[in-house]
Design a protein around this ligand. Structure first.
Ligand SMILES: Nc1ncnc2c1ncn2[C@@H]1O[C@H](COP(=O)(O)OP(=O)(O)OP(=O)(O)O)[C@@H](O)[C@H]1O
Ligand SMILES: [Mg+2]
Length: 411
């Protein structure tokens, strides 16, 4: 639950750890506190050192507290498990009373969620996508409604998107949060959180893929026919781009990151005139003056992004999702800030691609916190804000995390 009347999120990233605090104001969330620290103990989205991760969380949490003076305890946290399992499943029940009740809906959801979970995994998020009344078993046609309670029908079918992640990932997050002195409210798949602040219902209806390109991982969420139908985590992101620059020009990672942030662009064709850029190689003495060509730098960056995009393409093609994205791609995450990232994606996929923009009708914050690298932290707040739309679906049977079902309406 939220602390008092406000919400707190922790985005444990491979590059930075962010804590945000927000409260409801005029029907939307307003961020009033924040803290950011350099991540530690996290590699490619996964916690590999709980003690270090906890320290980074504590540092960000202390800064958030200092920024506003409000104490908080329970937080929503992201997860990026490359070995996640996603299942789309329907659950159907017969309605006995004529009118669909809350209980009927609960039973339909339960039936959809009755999947066998492998012993090393657990369900973290279950999202209901679609409610169909009186589905004809032969034609598979029925009446799709936004809100089934109170409707008259003989049968109700609920389509669910169920996300399972490894117990080990959940335990590492749980322990890191607790060691930092905070409490765990819920865990949300990174891409699901990031899409909260960025994607409209129209785009979900048309078909869209959110791409959150971070430092260590790229998270994908695909929405078709109004709901989420696919989630994936690719262990590649901005750090690989930096590493490719370091390898190409024999520089340190730090120098390569500087070159990328200061001179980076994702498309070589946008560089009309070449110029020389001063840089340092690893073994260079202090007074050594060395130069590289801007075009050659951008060439390396473009190739690195193309490698990432081809991984995205493979991922989507293998699930035949690629052609259903009428609204194309929306980009978030720090690595999407490189110049011409959207143009390169468009040229690679031949479908629309745009930089994401936070929907400020849903959430507001200081403009510095509305950048793409805060998509996940903002989305976690929104996911939690919808908690009136969440219901506990699976009781904690084996000490596992309690799953919550996200519905489109209030119970
Ligand atoms: N202007 C820019 N141009 C290119 N890359 C950038 C720019 N600004 C930030 N980045 C890259 O964005 C990455 C950090 O993104 P972000 O803060 O979203 O990562 P994270 O959420 O901490 O990590 P992850 O989600 O992968 O675990 C770094 O690789 C950084 O180099
Ligand atoms: Mg991230």
């Amino acid at each position: 639950m939220a602390d008092n009347h406000f919400f707190a999120s922790v985005d444990i990233g491979s590059h930075k750890t962010v804590v945000l605090l927000a409260e409801e104001a005029d029907g939307r969330l307003a961020v009033f506190g924040h803290g950011i620290s350099k991540s530690a103990g996290v590699k490619k989205g996964l916690i590999n050192d709980i003690k270090k991760a906890a320290q980074a969380i504590k540092e960000a949490a202390d800064k958030a507290y200092l920024s506003c003076g409000d104490g908080f305890h329970n937080v929503s946290v992201n997860i990026s498990d490359p070995h996640l399992t996603v299942i789309n499943r329907e659950g159907q029940i017969t309605i006995t009373g004529g009118e669909i009740s809350e209980r009927d809906l609960g039973l339909a959801i339960k039936s959809a969620c009755a999947v066998a979970t492998p012993p090393n995994k657990q369900v973290v998020n279950s999202v209901s996508n679609r409610y169909t009344l009186d589905k004809n078993p032969t034609t598979h046609q029925g009446i799709v409604v936004d809100q089934p309670i109170g409707q008259e029908a003989k049968t109700l079918e609920v389509s669910m998107h169920i996300v399972m992640v490894s117990n080990q990932c959940v335990n590492a997050i749980d322990q890191s949060i607790r060691k930092s002195g905070l409490g765990l409210n819920n865990i949300v798949l990174n891409s699901m959180a990031s899409s909260e602040a960025y994607i409209t219902q129209d785009e979900k209806d048309e078909g869209i893929c959110l791409v959150d390109m971070g430092a260590g991982v790229t998270n994908l969420s695909v929405f078709t026919k109004g709901g989420i139908t696919y989630s994936a985590v690719i262990q590649n992101g901005g750090n690989q781009v930096t590493q490719d620059i370091a390898d190409a020009f024999d520089t340190s990672f730090k120098e390569a990151e500087r070159l990328k942030l200061k001179h980076g662009s994702a498309q070589i064709k946008t560089i009309r005139e070449d110029r020389l850029i001063q840089f340092k190689q690893i073994e260079d003495p202090k007074d050594c003056e060395r130069y590289l060509s801007h075009q050659s730098l951008v060439e390396v960056i473009e190739q690195s992004y193309l490698d990432l995009f081809s991984q995205i393409k493979q991922n989507l093609k293998s699930r035949k999702l690629y052609r259903s994205l009428k609204s194309g791609f929306v980009l978030t995450g720090g690595a999407s800030k490189v110049k011409n990232c959207d143009a390169l994606l468009l040229s690679c996929f031949k479908i629309r691609a745009k930089q994401g923009r936070v929907n400020t009708d849903k959430i507001t914050a200081d403009h510095r916190l509305l950048g793409p690298e805060y998509a996940c932290a903002l989305g976690l707040l929104l996911f939690n804000y919808d908690e009136s739309d969440l219901r506990v679906a699976q009781e904690d049977d084996k000490g596992k995390f309690i799953d919550k079902i996200k519905d489109k309406f209030n119970f």
